[in-house]
Design a protein around this ligand. Structure first.
Ligand SMILES: *Cc1c(COP(=O)(O)O)cnc(C)c1O
Length: 390
């Protein structure tokens, strides 16, 4: 190990850096087969491809409607804008989450209100949501965490009791189930992304699943830029149309989903075995009673590990192991050029310095995962050399 490390003048552990993105590349023939269906320069052929993808996604998620968008970001903006109660200004969101989530709320013309997580699942806490609902609350934007799901049933119950609508950012829980039921099938509006880093790689793309026909029709209009009348208000739409090339890529990704997930499972299993006896490191385990994609690997660097999370990440990054601090910084510690509201952040503040995402996905091999674990062990044994978070 010594001789290979860049830190000691060696060539490095990985000639090509390994990342935390899924980056599944479907087979060329599969992509071309779908692409040729949409090629020909007329919008009719493209529409066939979009309809095929929407049908496949409805089946996959067991949702009645699926509306494609250009990206997950704009799908979120559209869903928030349409679902938010008219005349109210605030949207409840977690802080320990996707780095652009507050921007999404801002683009919908509303003010993000950051609330705390439940330390048990690192997802937005249903209790924190309930406690922070006020006169100006227009919407709850719940977000599924990277490992497993948020407390869907409890959050739906808070929404029902308070009569505040909820939508789910379900990007990280594509392929998963909650209480045996498919994420995407809960009806209220669940948003997914097909960015290259996600499970189904459409290069770019996003979609909303819902069981509400009126909401689906409003989303369809909204993404063409047309004014949309929905739930007592008129909304000016935006251009959120998907591209058929992305749809072809996504269809190929869906064709190859089983292989994608089983690869991820093999990587996860490898990390789980190897990290089980690494003192101070706790792997966040997938709940295997549910269906899961095994897509990302998140560990907790505990106080009994001899170097800090930040020092470990820095040491890894130097060796081309592109581990990432988990949702760092939490959004309430960032500076914004628009108003935001911060509520109690006790659990978020405790979690922010502990977790990290390890390399995974289609371009990481089991051998790579072993090397990463070897390196973690090496850092632990030689901790005096790795104290500094550079
Ligand atoms: C990636 C991501 C998004 C945004 O999706 P894009 O398609 O990249 O715009 C939203 N939410 C979460 C949790 C994400 O991980």
């Amino acid at each position: 190990m010594w001789k290979r490390l860049k830190k000691f003048g060696g060539p490095g552990l990985f000639p090509v850096p390994i990342s935390t993105s899924n980056l599944h590349t479907p087979r060329k023939e599969t992509v071309l087969r779908h692409l040729s269906q949409g090629l020909g320069g007329d919008s009719g052929r493209e529409a066939v491809l979009f309809a095929e993808l929407e049908r496949r996604l409805r089946d996959y998620h067991q949702a009645e409607h699926c509306v494609l968008f250009s990206t997950g970001f704009w799908a979120l903006v559209a869903a928030i804008k349409l679902r938010a109660l008219p005349g109210k200004s605030q949207v409840i969101i977690p802080s320990l989450t996707y780095r652009r989530l507050a921007d999404v709320v801002y683009w919908a013309g509303l003010i993000p209100v950051f609330v705390d997580i439940d330390p048990a699942d690192l997802a937005v806490s249903p209790r924190a949501i309930a406690e922070n609902i006020g006169d100006e609350t227009a919407l709850i934007l719940a977000v599924h965490p990277i490992v497993n799901c948020c407390q869907v049933t409890a959050i739906l119950e808070v929404s029902r009791r308070s009569e505040i609508p909820v939508v789910f950012d379900a990007v990280e829980s594509a392929h998963e189930t909650h209480a045996g039921r498919r994420i995407g099938s809960f009806g209220v509006g669940e948003i997914f992304s097909m960015h290259a880093s996600k499970l189904v790689n459409g290069l770019e793309g996003g979609y909303v699943c819902t069981n509400d026909a009126e909401f689906a029709a409003a989303l369809e209009g909204y993404k063409t830029g047309a004014p949309v009348y929905y739930a007592g208000a008129t909304h000016r739409g935006l251009n959120g149309l998907p591209h058929f090339g992305h749809a072809a890529f996504a269809l190929a990704g869906l064709d190859e989903l089983a292989g994608n997930v089983s690869h991820n499972q093999s990587i996860y299993t490898c990390y789980r075995k190897r990290l089980a006896d690494q003192a101070g490191i706790r792997l966040l385990e997938f709940d295997e009673r549910e269906q899961t994609s095994y897509k990302n690997i998140v560990i907790e660097v505990r106080e009994d590990f001899p170097v800090t999370r930040d020092a470990l990440v820095a040491a890894m990054n130097l060796e081309s192991i592109l581990a990432r601090k988990h949702y760092h910084p939490p959004l309430h510690k960032k500076r914004f050029s628009y108003p935001v509201i911060v509520r109690d952040m006790t659990q978020t503040n405790l979690a922010e310095s502990r977790y990290l995402n390890l390399p995974c996905g289609s371009r990481v091999t089991e051998q790579d995962a072993h090397t990463v674990c070897d390196f973690i062990g090496f850092v632990a044994e030689n901790h005096e050399l790795f104290k500094e978070a550079v």
